[in-house]
Design a protein. Structure first.
Length: 132
């Protein structure tokens, strides 16, 4: 009985450590970010938007941990840093209960998204060989 419990505990710990080391799926994280941004943008009050702004902050931090193509890492991180700066301003607008200012910062994040998504273009060889 003790051996079974120890084995179960060992398996649980080892599976958790494997999951913790799984790299961030950037595409999935970005899609989740898009949905959280949409929900924050559609909020009718700052209080309603707050959980989505906070979720966006966490997701952007998570995206910064994702493996990035070496030739684009600097540009991607620059864009993510700009998004984090806008999210800090958006959160300040929530704290001040300033819905128009919050919407303005969320719109700026949308513009940053469009700008930095243009950087995602891959070369013909990258598409063939599947490397970033």
């Amino acid at each position: 009985m003790i051996k079974t419990a120890l084995l179960a505990m060992l398996l649980a710990v080892s599976s958790q450590s494997l999951l913790a080391k799984e790299p961030v799926n950037l595409e999935r994280t970005m899609k989740t970010m898009g949905f959280a941004h949409k929900q924050a943008s559609e909020a009718s009050t700052t209080a309603e938007a707050l959980p989505f702004v906070e979720k966006l902050q966490k997701l952007v931090q998570q995206a910064k941990q994702a493996p990035l193509p070496s030739d684009k890492a600097e540009v991607y991180n620059e864009g993510l840093d700009k998004v984090l700066a806008e999210l800090a301003l958006a959160k300040a607008a929530v704290t001040a209960d300033d819905l128009p200012k919050l919407k303005q910062h969320l719109q700026q994040i949308e513009q940053l998204k469009k700008q930095y998504h243009k950087e995602r273009k891959f070369s013909f060889w990258q598409l063939i060989f599947g490397k970033y």
